[in-house]
Design a protein around this ligand. Structure first.
Ligand SMILES: CSCCC(=O)C(=O)COP(=O)(O)O
Ligand SMILES: [Mg+2]
Length: 225
């Protein structure tokens, strides 16, 4: 029997355009000033040092900012970049510069599934902090009470089978009792290889989605756990 649903964000609960046209440009605009103003805060310093290590060189802050801007442009899923983005988006949500986008079917179905006793989780490349901000500031209100937990790339990459096995272990559930929702075939392939159930969201926005062998849903209304 299905016990838990783990959902991706970008392209699944939320639109690609919100992430790519609102969140990423906001982070890119804020980054130079953020590093100047907050670069000495311990948690920011730590993320900058980790990013410098990933970049593989003794870059000064200016060179590092240039590298981080390129990573944003290339949509690289690099942990310290994702951590920095979350810290910058915090101000944007708090000031009301934007709200977290979720499709209208999402809160409705999440509530229904939770009421049926299904535990709900998020697994995204965005940091756990960024995930909570997004779901905490939607036009449907604060959706964070619906979720029992959040996972980011601290569990491993989203295209790696081991990440899904680790998530099932963390949930204390057999993998076959966990359903993963995503719009990216390689993520669904990895989840199924770990023994999870999987459904591919095809929201009809952005580049064509290849569902491969996975069942397709156009919205959460088509997901029948
Ligand atoms: C957590 S909000 C921003 C999403 C993000 O930064 C991202 O890279 C999207 O990754 P996903 O794994 O949700 O497709
Ligand atoms: Mg996605």
């Amino acid at each position: 029997m299905l016990q838990a649903i783990v959902t991706d964000i970008e392209g699944t609960t939320s639109s690609l355009s919100f992430v790519k046209e609102v969140l990423f440009p906001y982070a890119a605009r804020e980054l130079p000033g953020f590093v100047r103003a907050h670069g000495q805060r311990p948690e920011v310093r730590q993320l900058l040092d980790e990013a410098r290590q990933v970049a593989g060189g003794a870059l000064d802050d200016g060179q590092l900012v240039t590298t981080l801007l390129r990573w944003i442009e290339e949509d690289r899923k690099i942990g310290p970049l994702k951590g920095l983005q979350g810290l910058m988006w915090e101000a944007g949500y708090r000031q009301g510069d934007f709200q977290g986008h979720v499709y209208e079917d999402v809160p409705r179905r999440l509530r229904e599934w939770k009421e049926r006793g299904i535990r709900l989780y998020v697994y995204s490349s965005g940091s756990v902090h960024a995930q909570k901000l997004l779901f905490g500031h939607t036009r449907f209100g604060d959706l964070t009470p619906l979720f029992s937990g959040y996972f980011d790339t601290g569990m491993g990459g989203k295209k790696e089978t081991a990440s899904y096995a680790a998530i099932a272990r963390e949930l204390g559930l057999p993998a076959a009792e966990v359903l993963f929702l995503s719009d990216v075939r390689a993520e669904l392939d990895a989840a199924v290889a770990a023994g999870l159930l999987a459904v591919c969201l095809v929201r009809g926005e952005g580049p064509e989605v290849d569902p491969g062998p996975h069942p397709v849903a156009r919205s959460f209304d088509d997901v029948h756990p």
